[in-house]
Design a protein around this ligand. Structure first.
Ligand SMILES: *Cc1c(COP(=O)(O)O)cnc(C)c1O
Length: 385
């Protein structure tokens, strides 16, 4: 049996071999393994230099200053630091936060925890295409709104937000704008100055880097204040303590440098593969596009299939690694809160699959997926009537 076709790049990407090669230089005794905070010897300085050059690679991708990059353990921690750190540091100015119901759990659950702490949250509901309208955000803004948090690219739908327009509305009342850009690296151009972003979260493993490392962009001018969540040696200018993982950081830097150089070419290739999949499905009835293709990245395609259950379809597609977005509790399967959030009926939400493509997806993968889908849909739908 051949290995499954991997179409779950939005869940995680494999580490690019060029990134793995760089990482291997910062682990063993003959590599640069020292603590980057060790100031008393040359080995420490070399590690520090490695960290700082990776910081520049990440900053370059978003046209920021390296001093605006804070290393974290991933986008989850970056989201926590952005929301909780900002709300706590600015509580004297206001206690109101605006976000949406289809953000990643790292934002949704952090905002809920802030509600428990006494902050107020307005939860925006997106349009059917998954987008938040700037006019809708304007209505939600209050005198005491200090922060707006909206994602660049939704991880289940692939839909892209109009960040520049949303930033403008946010800034009109003096609030700060946080963007979760975990799904946007190498997919969109992310010039923080031009877009007007104050805080932006990143993860390496969604962009061919290693798991367990990420970063938060924190604007310096005007100065964005955060309260630290993790206390210790005062690393990262006091915003996030903990010994820096040189190998992870070097890997993330390399991954982001490759994303800057090759992101457009990757996306063009992936768009052709996505179109090929859509073309191959065009003569099958009862397929709905949950992804509004005109306003989405080409590497994520969410489709609903009439007359089948998502879990049965997934079972029938064992050879294709895909995601449903549904959550399995012990008693029942709950549809994805994102698909519910855009108003999809429960049955369709349960019969939805997310196809996500990437750097190593081939035409043969698409052909195998089409064959498997046809076979599975035929079988399941015949059984259903
Ligand atoms: C994957 C993801 C995260 C979480 O990132 P980790 O680095 O795995 O913590 C947050 N937000 C979005 C949009 C994501 O896709």
């Amino acid at each position: 049996m051949s290995a499954p076709v991997y179409l779950d790049y939005a869940a995680t990407t494999p580490v690019d071999p060029r990134v793995a090669e760089v990482m291997s230089q910062y682990l063993t005794f003959d590599g640069i393994f020292a603590n980057p905070a060790s100031r008393s010897h040359m080995l420490g300085w070399q590690a520090e230099q490695t960290v700082e050059s990776a910081r520049r690679q990440v900053a370059d991708l978003i046209a920021a200053d390296p001093r605006e990059i804070v290393w974290t353990s991933g986008a989850t921690e970056a989201d926590n630091l952005a929301l909780t750190g900002f709300m706590r540091a600015n509580r004297a100015r206001g206690r109101h936060l605006v976000t949406s119901i289809i953000e990643h759990k790292a934002v949704v659950d952090t905002a809920r925890a802030l509600e428990d702490e006494g902050f107020e949250v307005t939860w925006l509901t997106p349009a059917r295409d998954g987008r938040i309208n700037p006019a809708q955000l304007r209505e939600a803004m209050r005198d005491d709104t200090v922060l707006v948090s909206l994602m660049a690219v939704n991880n289940e739908l692939g839909v892209i937000h109009d960040l520049a327009a949303l930033a403008e509305v946010t800034h009109a009342t003096g609030a700060a704008f946080h963007v979760d850009a975990a799904q946007a690296v190498g997919r969109l151009s992310l010039d923080v100055g031009r877009l007007g972003i104050d805080l932006m979260s990143f993860s390496a493993h969604k962009a061919y880097g290693p798991k367990g490392i990420g970063a938060l962009y924190v604007r310096r001018s005007p100065d964005i204040r955060l309260e630290a969540l993790i206390h210790g040696g005062g690393h990262e200018r006091g915003m996030r303590s903990g010994t820096l993982p040189t190998h992870q950081i070097a890997g993330m830097g390399q991954a982001f440098a490759i994303a800057a150089a090759e992101g457009d070419a990757d996306q063009a290739r992936v768009a052709a593969l996505r179109d090929r999949l859509l073309e191959g499905l065009s003569d099958i009835d009862g397929i709905h596009h949950n992804t509004a293709i005109d306003v989405a990245v080409p590497n994520i395609l969410n489709l609903a299939f009439d007359g089948v259950e998502g879990e049965s379809l997934l079972m029938a597609l064992r050879d294709i690694a895909l995601s449903t977005g549904s959550a399995c509790n012990s008693a029942s399967v709950e549809p994805s809160y994102v698909l519910k959030g855009i108003g999809l009926p429960r049955a369709l939400a349960l019969a939805s699959l997310r196809f996500s493509f990437g750097r190593f997806t081939t035409e043969a993968d698409i052909t195998r997926t089409l064959d498997a889908l046809r076979y599975a849909l035929n079988g399941l739908r015949r059984r259903a009537v």
